[in-house]
Design a protein around this ligand. Structure first.
Ligand SMILES: [Zn+2]
Length: 310
């Protein structure tokens, strides 16, 4: 590629995991899967508000649909697609990769892809595992995704966390080769500080922490010529959702700052360019460069970039 070529890819990726408030892992103790069918569904209303916001800004984003939601509200999937956004998969049941195991993970990856493609009439190329659950212990998931026909994934959060995370993973899009073929991994946004990766990709981090942390992370990435990927959930825009969790750490994680999610996202949209995650993955094609940081977690700093947005 000519160095002068201007890449069409946007600088950063904006994504929404379209699931209900009761699908969040924090809610599992009070809202087990057997209870879901009886609970009030609210994702559609919040998602339509997000669509309005993005339309007003002229921003395209990626919507990772949980199959559970898509099955119950096919019109919502079609509305997202008709608004010009990218539809990708968030699996079927919101179980983590490690809970599912390879066979059921593959089954969900395939079933959700077929379902969403059926609804939109367009190829579904991207995937995000529930709760960022592709980690060193579930790296088999990459090959399952390739086998299921995906071209890219955005499930790896290169941080230390009690439930997920792969701290030694690259912080920028990388190509991953598996025996079944290659896949582009587009990891979630982190801030490199004092030799560690801090989570800064949105969600609870956007609501709970000072906005400057997310800003600094995006600036740091973009200065280095790399994109940052943000994630949010429709329920994070829905301050009126039923309060199923008691006060406490889990309640704080889920409910704190819901009223400011929208304003904070709007400020970030004012300050940084955003687009779909798929566009970033397309920009990362062929980047399994020599010196690839690989997918190993051998304590590599993960700060260099085999991928370049310019
Ligand atoms: Zn999710």
């Amino acid at each position: 590629m000519s160095g002068a070529a201007t890449r069409a890819a946007p600088a950063n990726g904006l994504s929404f995991d379209v699931e209900e408030y009761f699908h969040a892992l924090n809610l599992r103790p009070v809202a087990p899967p057997a209870s879901w069918e009886a609970l009030e569904r609210r994702a559609a209303g919040a998602t339509r508000q997000i669509l309005d916001l993005l339309a007003a800004r002229g921003v395209r984003a990626t919507f990772f649909f949980l199959g559970w939601v898509a099955r119950r509200d096919p019109g919502l999937v079609r509305a997202v697609r008709a608004a010009g956004h990218e539809v990708a998969s968030h699996g079927m049941t919101h179980q983590m990769a490690g809970e599912l195991g390879p066979a059921r993970f593959r089954e969900e990856a395939r079933a959700s892809k077929a379902l969403l493609e059926d609804l939109t009439g367009a190829p579904v190329e991207g995937f995000r595992a529930s709760t960022f659950s592709i980690t060193p212990g579930t790296r088999w998931a990459f090959e399952e995704l390739v086998a299921a026909g995906y071209r890219w994934d955005s499930s790896v959060f290169p941080v230390r966390h009690d439930r997920y995370g792969w701290p030694g993973f690259a912080r920028v899009p990388v190509r991953i080769d598996t025996p079944s073929g290659g896949l582009i991994e587009v990891p979630l946004l982190t801030l490199r500080l004092l030799g560690a990766n801090l989570p800064a990709a949105g969600g609870g981090y956007l609501r709970l922490l000072p906005l400057r942390l997310v800003r600094s992370a995006l600036s740091q990435m973009n200065r280095a010529g790399s994109p940052g990927v943000l994630y949010l959930h429709p329920w994070e825009f829905d301050a009126g959702q039923p309060r199923l969790l008691p006060r406490g750490i889990a309640g704080l994680r889920h409910y704190f700052g819901l009223k400011r999610t929208r304003a904070r996202l709007e400020r970030l949209l004012d300050e940084f360019p955003f687009g779909t995650v798929g566009a970033l993955a397309a920009g990362g094609e062929g980047s399994s460069a020599p010196g690839d940081q690989g997918i190993g977690d051998q304590g590599r700093p993960g700060g260099q970039r085999p991928w370049c947005s310019k």
